[in-house]
Write a protein that binds this ligand. Structure first.
Ligand SMILES: [Zn+2]
Length: 681
């Protein structure tokens, strides 16, 4: 589950996995929503609850070759793909679809992407024009122009720009400038000295070399280009904030006027840059990383134009390689899919094209998807659980022993101001100005990208659209937005194993209930607590309560720092803190809500398990998964979410409710010692 600022591109989340509906995976679950066969009854729940609850599932569900991760989310996604494929295929074969309709656009986009014969024949010809334009850069102004153009096309060369909700004035948008420009997944990949990191850089250089050779460069020139790119990217990386630093919304909030930013980075020639971008010049900016822009300012002057050309060529080709002929596409997969994530083979072409369409026509596809899959009463059912969870959270806040009444009343005000979105948007995104045809796949991608960039930039100066969603309905996920102070649950997550009307209450509350509680708690985690009821970055805590919170949060940093999922790589307690706090808070609140159900009150046994025991099974089942070592390493370094296994072991070992349910005693693995015990919400 994610917490996203609206300023973040949703791409990250959509890419993560989207999925489901018409769930067929109930086949391996019993009627009550829990898969008894997935348990490993030889394991001891007091020592390793994850193994006990889902150990056999983990053993019996190896990762398919095309994936680097396999778990309940991916199974839902696969089911979902079948529904989406039907929509795509029927749209593509509907030659009578009205020109300009969503069906025509979806169908044409799909047909263009599936025409691999044409794509193969064209090689990199569809982007030759862009490559030539980079090659023709002669002056610094040309360079600025090319960067602006690169921003429109989505490669975020050198830095990034977008419109976001102003964190200190949540009724307005602000032009946001942020660090970017790297080809590897994180700035740390360029700086770490560990053997693994050194090897990754070597492989990355080899990969860049290979791509330049495919573009027709000689071996020596390609190697030289790779070294140039590495040197520019390393400089950008060293000036970049770490992911942990970027979690502090105060650090990344640096409001500046145009003249202030021009003084900070005169070489960016912002007047000219915005003229080239073509959306007018914004008056106010949030410069997320001023130090980064100081360095960029120096680099614009110091790095020779010839080197920038090489860098921009790479930035562009790296962004678009997956849409080109198979030699580019496969080389890209070899490095980013196989080497960095451990996948063995590429997904089928239709799945890759589907993901692309999901990025550029997400809500058009979503609208058709919802019509097919989302039952009208599902929204109501989910809304009821959300209400129950909000009441449970209210009760928790009122009874917190460590918080003063002053802060409590503020927290309750924030909770009562939460917006809730369920299923799908009331108002769908309008794609009428997006022209898609069957002529060129990459042409459609470029048009789609420019369209979404424009839609985002045109928000500047306009009021916030309250109906807007940051995820498509076909995404198996959920989020909290601190600047909107709202929780959002797309249609695709309101299904088994998260939620099902036939599942027993225990499973529904342990899974979907805890997910809802998780998103609610994001409003009060170490980052979310810094935003007020109106979505503004504003301190509403008394000094003492803030300190008490920090002390408690420190314990969860320490707890997760002590988990080593692979080799000597431990979870980054500070990077994952928000998610870990949300998991613990979400489960605690969901358990409280579950206690109000008749099933709990009557202590109904199912399959020999108590309601409380089944509640915790529900949570474990959500996180059952297998992950390749490479993907695990990548995620530990970049993902604010802890690996699934630790999302079970971590929070449960802090919960007396869990100890009681399974008879966990002091000294058992699943029980934190009193001095380390985390209790926040
Ligand atoms: Zn989350």
């Amino acid at each position: 589950m994610n917490k996203i600022y609206q300023k973040l591109s949703i791409g990250l989340i959509v890419l993560a996995i989207f999925g489901l509906l018409n769930l067929q995976c109930s086949a391996n679950k019993n009627d009550h929503g829990f898969d008894l066969n997935g348990m490993d009854k030889t394991a001891n729940p007091t020592q390793d609850f994850y193994q006990y609850a889902v150990g056999n599932w983990v053993k019996n569900n190896p990762i398919p070759d095309e994936y680097s991760y396999w778990g309940s989310f991916s199974i839902l996604a696969e089911n979902n793909y079948k529904v989406l494929k039907e929509i795509l295929e029927s749209s593509a074969s509907d030659t009578l679809a009205k020109k300009g309709s969503n069906i025509q656009k979806i169908g044409d986009f799909y047909a263009s992407g599936m025409d691999s014969v044409k794509i193969e024949k064209l090689g990199f010809q569809p982007i030759e024009k862009q490559l030539k334009s980079i090659a023709s850069i002669k002056s610094k102004s040309d360079l600025i122009n090319a960067i602006a153009w690169g921003h429109k096309l989505g490669g975020s060369p050198v830095f990034n720009i977008y419109a976001a909700i102003d964190a200190k004035n949540s009724t307005a948008h602000i032009a946001t400038l942020s660090q970017s420009g790297l080809g590897l997944p994180d700035r740390d990949y360029y700086t770490k000295k560990a053997k693994n990191s050194v090897e990754t850089r070597k492989k990355y250089i080899e990969h860049i070399t290979k791509i330049f050779k495919l573009l027709g460069y000689a071996e020596v020139a390609s190697e030289k280009n790779a070294a140039t790119i590495m040197s520019i990217e390393t400089r950008l990386a060293k000036a970049s904030m770490t992911r942990v630093e970027r979690r502090d919304p105060h650090k990344t909030y640096n409001k500046m006027s145009l003249s202030e930013i021009k003084t900070l980075a005169p070489n960016l020639e912002l007047d000219y840059y915005f003229e080239q971008l073509g959306f007018g010049t914004p008056t106010n900016f949030n410069v997320e990383q001023p130090e980064f822009f100081k360095e960029v300012n120096k680099m614009i002057k110091q790095v020779p134009i010839s080197d920038w050309k090489v860098y921009l060529t790479w930035n562009f080709i790296n962004r678009y390689a997956i849409y080109l002929s198979s030699n580019f596409d496969e080389a890209n997969f070899e490095f980013f899919g196989k080497y960095l994530q451990g996948s063995k083979i590429q997904s089928a072409r239709w799945k890759r094209v589907m993901r692309t369409i999901n990025n550029y026509l997400g809500e058009a596809l979503g609208q058709l998807y919802v019509e097919k899959t989302f039952p009208p009463d599902a929204k109501e059912r989910a809304a009821k659980i959300v209400d129950n969870l909000k009441s449970a959270m209210k009760n928790r806040i009122e009874n917190l022993e460590w918080m003063s009444d002053t802060t409590k009343s503020q927290a309750l005000h924030k909770l009562s101001s939460f917006g809730v979105k369920i299923g799908y948007p009331d108002k769908w995104k309008d794609y009428s100005n997006l022209e898609i045809d069957r002529k060129s796949y990459i042409g459609n991608v470029i048009i789609g990208r420019i369209f979404s960039f424009k839609r985002n930039m045109e928000k500047l100066g306009k009021p916030i659209d309250k109906t807007e969603w940051g995820m498509t309905p076909q995404t198996v996920n959920a989020y909290y937005s601190p600047t909107r102070n709202e929780i959002v649950f797309p249609a695709a997550i309101l299904q088994l194993p998260f939620f099902n009307q036939n599942a027993d209450d225990a499973i529904n509350y342990g899974a979907m209930g805890a997910v809802i509680g998780h998103e609610i708690t994001h409003g009060f985690d170490d980052e979310g607590r810094k935003f007020d009821a109106d979505g503004n970055l504003k301190d509403w805590w008394t000094k003492e309560d803030g300190e008490r919170f920090d002390k408690r949060a420190q314990k969860i940093f320490d707890q997760f720092d002590s988990y080593f999922p692979i080799d000597s790589l431990h979870i980054n307690g500070k990077l994952t803190a928000g998610e870990n706090i949300a998991d613990l808070g979400g489960l605690t609140v969901a358990y409280r809500a579950f206690k109000n159900t008749d099933q709990f009150k009557n202590n109904e046994m199912v399959n020999g398990f108590t309601p409380s025991q089944r509640f915790f099974f529900g949570w474990a089942q959500v996180w059952e998964n297998n992950m390749r070592d490479q993907a695990l390493r990548l995620r530990i370094q970049t993902d604010p979410h802890s690996p699934g296994k630790y999302r079970v072991l971590g929070p449960l070992s802090n919960m007396p409710e869990f100890w009681d349910a399974f008879g966990v005693k002091p000294g058992d693995n699943m029980r934190m010692t009193n001095d380390k015990l985390v209790k926040i919400w």
